[in-house]
Design a binder for this molecule. Structure first.
Ligand SMILES: Cc1ncc(COP(=O)(O)O)c(C=O)c1O
Length: 435
């Protein structure tokens, strides 16, 4: 505790690398070794627990803390962190050739992202986050006064604000589809959307995973319903990439925006915007630079930003490599199993209400709950101050505490959370300071 991450990483770095090697890109070498370690662990027999312990070792996380808010921001594992620092170091040393080289590396990252998400390379734009991707989608569509966007009752501002801007500026109508939550039957959600469609409905703007409850929508079926009525699906996919195994072509959506700095554990400011090839024709780019009007460029037309933070883009490729080495199915199975374990361990708490669906088709690695007679802010504050567990409140329409379980979390950490909550329920709670 108390030491800056840079100091910690330099120390570990120097321990890990022979002195002679430092001059030839110490960070890159350390990142490579870390990736090799995970690849070897993934191929080795070993128990599952042993494997996940080794994966956890490849994160620079402070061991004194239990971090359970990957839904806001994920920690970068070593290969990502070292890739980032190495590239920035290269630019500091020489902003000439390295800048050109890093710019050119974006194409490789695009290819990796396409393979990771089940998309084609010309369907991938490299953006900064979900919010930017959602603005690019909604801002780029020609919608007229009276056209309707159907959305849900638990949308994040990242997708909702661009819809509301469209409403204020162009008279587009934004309607929230409602259903009794949490839905355990995907048909409930599909029927609610079907019933809300009118001849003016142009867009479904939905979160694949809803940030407040952690529940999901049946996206593939919603996209099929939309397509059957000539409606566009614009998806806020802030969470699933890096959490669930994804296949964009199988999902059949038109546009899908995500934040790689969440579950993919890429550096802050890395995001992927999927734009289905055939659906690009009707989407205007928002930020334009040379090449924006050349359809042969595919989705790359939508991320033309001139000079940008190339080290972040390149490190996003390292994040994809890291998760690919572990295995996408293996990650999904692990993060879901930890979340299921958390639900089981917490379910004994008196009066607990879970806001997350129990249906595996509608749930994942986020879990939201409420405890009676306690303020969520006080629970989160006590977990942080007394137990060193980092969670978050959801003080919006849904009044809840939300936890996230990712690959660096353990069952022991979930047990510690359950113990801490048991104490809190018995009255060992700190009031969150108001000022
Ligand atoms: C569902 C959802 N959409 C959008 C966002 C915004 O993400 P970002 O800040 O990376 O743009 C979040 C962030 O938590 C989210 O949970």
């Amino acid at each position: 505790m108390g030491m800056s991450p840079w100091v910690v990483s330099r120390r570990r770095l120097l321990q890990a690398i022979p002195a002679g090697a430092v001059a030839m890109g110490a960070a890159a070498l350390a990142g490579e070794r870390s990736l090799e370690a995970v690849t070897r662990a993934a191929q080795a027999g070993g128990t599952d627990e042993e494997f996940w312990r080794r994966v956890r070792d490849e994160f620079l996380l402070d061991k004194d803390w239990t971090y359970m808010n990957n839904g806001t921001l994920g920690p970068t594992p070593k290969p990502v962190y070292y890739s980032l620092t190495e590239r920035y170091h290269d630019l500091a040393q020489d902003p000439g050739q390295p800048n050109t080289d890093q710019n050119n590396m974006a194409e490789e990252v695009r290819r990796k992202a396409a393979a990771f998400l089940g998309a084609d390379v010309d369907e991938i734009a490299l953006v900064r986050n979900t919010t930017e991707g959602m603005n690019f989608m909604l801002g780029g569509l020609d919608l007229k006064a009276g056209d309707e966007i159907l959305t849900t009752f638990h949308e994040h501002g990242g997708g909702l604000n661009p819809c509301n801007l469209k409403a204020k500026r162009h008279g587009v109508v934004v309607k929230a589809v409602k259903w009794p939550a949490p839905a355990e039957d995907p048909d409930v959600i599909l029927k609610a959307f079907d019933a809300a469609i009118t001849p003016r409905t142009r867009v479904f703007m939905v979160s694949h995973v809803m940030y407040q409850s952690g529940s999901m929508v049946p996206l593939k079926e919603l996209a099929a319903l939309a397509r059957s009525k000539n409606i566009i699906t614009a998806v806020d996919g802030a969470h699933p990439p890096g959490m669930l195994k994804m296949d964009m072509h199988d999902l059949g959506v038109d546009y899908y925006a995500s934040s790689s700095h969440k579950w993919l554990c890429a550096p802050t400011g890395a995001g992927i915007l999927y734009l289905r090839r055939a659906s690009q024709e009707q989407l205007w780019p928002t930020v334009v630079a040379g090449g924006w009007d050349d359809p042969k460029r595919g989705a790359a037309r939508y991320d033309r930003q001139s000079q940008r933070a190339h080290p972040i883009v390149v490190a996003q490729g390292a994040a994809i490599d890291f998760q690919t080495a572990i295995g996408r199915e293996r990650i999904e199975a692990r993060v879901r199993a930890l979340c299921t374990y958390a639900r089981r361990q917490l379910s004994g708490l008196p009066g607990i209400t879970f806001h997350t669906s129990m249906n595996p088709a509608l749930s994942n690695a986020l879990l939201a709950f409420t405890l009676p007679n306690l303020k969520n802010a006080d629970i989160v504050y006590t977990l942080k101050k007394r137990h060193r567990i980092w969670t978050r409140t959801m003080e919006y329409d849904l009044n809840a505490v939300r936890i996230a379980t990712h690959i660096y979390n353990t069952e022991a950490q979930v047990d510690a959370l359950a113990d801490a909550l048991r104490e809190i329920v018995k009255g060992q709670v700190l009031a969150m300071p108001t000022a």
